[in-house]
Ligand binder design. Structure first.
Ligand SMILES: NC(=O)C1=CN([C@@H]2O[C@H](COP(=O)(O)OP(=O)(O)OC[C@H]3O[C@@H](n4cnc5c(N)ncnc54)[C@H](O)[C@@H]3O)[C@@H](O)[C@H]2O)C=CC1
Ligand SMILES: Nc1nc(=O)c2c([nH]1)NC[C@@H]1CN(c3ccc(C(=O)N[C@@H](CCC(=O)O)C(=O)O)cc3)CN21
Length: 318
């Protein structure tokens, strides 16, 4: 079922969802299941599965020199979506990226999803590769998420890349896109960024999932501004509990977000990461209780494959 239908059927009750990353190539999928199992009691209507970009690796050759290869370390997004859908009977949402994929490759992924009964996709531009300072579009791929949304939406009209196919059986995906309460790191202003978000919705996006934030005010104001701009789709808050001390530097650096002083002070006062994890849990509980009371459609957790803190938060809030 589509995310928008899940939200409609919930009739104002806040839903619980989360996001996982595929295991590293060669690793067992069981560890992933072990982290999903404890969260199923909170009845997630859908689970997101991220897509990781390709990266450079260095292989030692027989002559001792290093050879640079390019590879995807965490492949299998669509396969994992199919496996989880089958095992737990939940909807799964693969992340589809501009970066690292040609438009043809994207078309094939979407056709696979359709055959598997996957009805939702999250359309993202994707991050820069590790060695790049800024995102560089892939040759033959899209530059911005709004173009990718356009390609996905076109399929529902039978418009494939090279042909228009007359049939009753077109993939009609419900499309999610990313929104940034504290603006995207490359955007010159929040207003400019909101215009780009509007372009994604105009291109056919059905809902928005936000970047992580730690101050609910940023989310509430973002939702207000988005509405003023004519963005009338559900805006789902994305939540990431702080888990280790190094997140204090890492999260603002990687995601260009602010941390409230009270949270920083509490984390800095911790003697070890076990205490930090507890502080992160308590902060997320307060945050999500307020969001739920405000009637947000879904609380979407960036679990990144670790479930114990998410479980504690969900237990306190749902
Ligand atoms: N895996 C996930 O769940 C999430 C990933 N992300 C990541 O965030 C990054 C950005 O992705 P998206 O938000 O999908 O990208 P996007 O294409 O919507 O925006 C990327 C940047 O380009 C600007 N922009 C957008 N459309 C434009 C246009 N037509 N012309 C000029 N500028 C434009 C935006 O303001 C923004 O600064 C990616 O790295 C993505 O992977 C973000 C949220 C969730
Ligand atoms: N720009 C961007 N890229 C993404 O892939 C992304 C977002 N934003 N925002 C929404 C979700 C949340 N994502 C993530 C990804 C990693 C961590 C994280 O904290 N990872 C490691 C550190 C990684 C590192 O060392 O670089 C951790 O300590 O848990 C959190 C949320 C992925 N998604």
């Amino acid at each position: 079922m589509k995310v928008t239908e899940h939200i409609e059927r919930a009739k104002g009750k806040t839903l619980f969802s989360f996001e996982i990353v595929p295991p590293q190539k060669g690793k067992n999928i069981q560890e992933l299941y072990d982290n999903i199992d404890p969260l199923m009691e909170f009845n997630p209507p859908f689970i997101d599965v991220t897509t990781s970009r390709e990266e450079h690796i260095y292989i030692k050759r027989e002559d001792g020199l290093l050879e640079r290869k390019i590879t995807r370390m965490r492949p299998g997004t669509v396969g994992i979506c199919a496996a989880i859908k089958q095992k737990y009977d939940v909807d799964t949402i693969p992340h589809v990226l501009c970066g690292g994929f040609t438009k043809e490759e994207t078309e094939y992924v979407l056709v696979d999803c359709h055959y598997l009964g996957i009805e939702n996709v999250m359309a993202l531009r994707g991050d820069a590769m590790k060695h790049q300072r800024y995102f560089e579009p892939t040759k033959g791929g899209h530059c911005y998420a709004n173009d990718l949304v356009g390609q996905i939406r076109d399929l529902s009209k039978g418009k494939y890349l090279n042909e228009v196919i007359d049939s009753e059986n077109h993939p009609d995906f419900c499309i999610g896109v990313a929104g940034y309460p504290e603006k995207h790191l490359e955007s010159p202003s929040l207003e400019t960024d909101l215009k780009k978000l509007k372009a994604k919705v105009d291109a056919g996006a059905d809902y928005v999932v936000t970047q992580m934030f730690f101050n609910n005010q940023a989310y509430f104001e973002f939702v207000e501004k988005a509405k003023e701009m004519g963005i009338n789709v559900p805006i789902i808050p994305g939540i990431k509990p702080i888990a280790v001390k190094k997140h204090l530097q890492l999260l603002p650096h990687v995601f260009s977000i602010d941390l409230p002083q009270a949270l920083i002070d509490s984390v800095e006062a911790c003697k070890n990461n076990k205490e930090v994890r507890q502080v992160g849990i308590e902060w997320a509980i307060e945050q999500t209780k307020e969001l739920k009371a405000a009637g947000v459609p879904v609380l979407h957790f960036y679990s990144m494959g670790k479930s114990s803190n998410i479980k504690q938060i969900a237990k306190a809030v749902f």
